[in-house]
Design a protein around this ligand. Sequence first.
Ligand SMILES: C[S@@+](CC[C@H](N)C(=O)[O-])C[C@H]1O[C@@H](n2cnc3c(N)ncnc32)[C@H](O)[C@@H]1O
Length: 454
Amino acid sequence: MRLPEQFLYKMKKFLQDEYEAFLASYQEPKTQGIRINTLKISVEEFLKISPFKLDPVPWCKEGFYYQEEDRPGKHPYYHAGLYYIQEPSAMIPAEILSPMAGERILDACAAPGGKTIQIANKMNGMGILVSNEINLNRVKALIRNVELFGVANAVVTNVPAERLLDYFESYFDKILVDAPCSGEGMFRKDESMIKSWEKQGPEYYVPIQAEILDAASKMLRKGGGVVYSTCTFSAEENEEVVETFLQTHKDFQLKSIDNFPDQYIYGESISKNINKYGNLSMRLWPHRIKGEGHFAAYLEKDNGKNFVQADSQYQKGVAVPKEFQEFVEKNLNISYGGPFEMHGEQLYQVPKGLPVLKGLKILRSGLLLGSLRKQRFEPSQAMAMTLKKTDARRVVDFSSNSPEVIKYLKGETLHIDGEKGWTLVCVDGFPLGWAKQTGDLLKNEYPVAWRRLD
Ligand SMILES: C[S@@+](CC[C@H](N)C(=O)[O-])C[C@H]1O[C@@H](n2cnc3c(N)ncnc32)[C@H](O)[C@@H]1O
């Protein structure tokens, strides 16, 4: 791997006696991890059925390293949303943010969604999660992940994070700014990042990072907190962004990050080499830990106002459509409470307490339940992925090593007898998607875009 000269020069100056160890880390294989999706299964239960040998990630109790030869993305449990594949050091920002059930959280730069899913796990379906991404292609991956991992309380928006300020001033309890960055911590994982760094290095990203962080500061309520994180090593994009922010935002202070062992997080020799904020922020270095590297800092707002909005201004829902009611009565063992919204022919269950979002580019307004077509309700894949096996009246449950499960994931029709109607297809008790039973055929309703090709 050919690392840019200018990058190496800066790292040598920065890391001093740790530089050689840092450089040697590029000879090591990249680290790979999964994080258990606790919206679907507890860590303890997953460990009982795990098809992989797993070693714990020290800073995230749901995170585990897997072995190089394993392919977790191919296993049916991945398609059931039981775990997210995530680089282990990328698990740290959401741990520091520490979102809780019932809070209002913004993930300002969210695609492809690893941290959004982690935040949603911690919120356990309660509260409001706004997941925003500027890039239309990347936001598609974000939506897919929100749906695959069974997140029901996320509103997915597709605007520059700064634009959200028009709608959410002083609204959020916590915000994650996992900022676009020069990606120096990605070189080992993805060599194409080296070329991109050569075109757009730290100086390109600093003003963008500052602007997003400034907008985030105004969307936070009094007493709220923003975690600023990057997957790059340059001090310009990390401690210096934080320092400039604190100089211009006197109502914020850096909160020390506790509960994480410092000796392998930043270390004496490095922190004395950066500004006074170095000691309060967190650095994961690839030569000190098993991970590709990350930066995170928690900025707390000790002033400002709380979001107050008259009830009349809250979004108005629609009455529950009778086609949906009929679907629920015929096919499910559960019921749904509102508020509901219709967008075109799509029916959503929206999280309670959103402000009026007229004019905002929203791609998902909470849980997409399905579509009303020709006076019939068709349930969505997103809905299937939020259900439990026991929630559906008709279920076909395959074992993870049965050939049928792969056939289903490839979109094939299956020859199976059963009671006519919508049927939830599961693997070892975990939903994968819908099928329609007609006579001795199970007609596949797994979305075309999700189907396995191999
Ligand atoms: C480091 S990545 C986010 C990774 C994501 N948090 C995760 O865990 O999967 C940064 C993202 O910010 C997006 N981005 C860049 N500028 C933005 C802006 N002004 N507002 C919102 N998102 C932005 C990029 O397209 C990119 O997807």
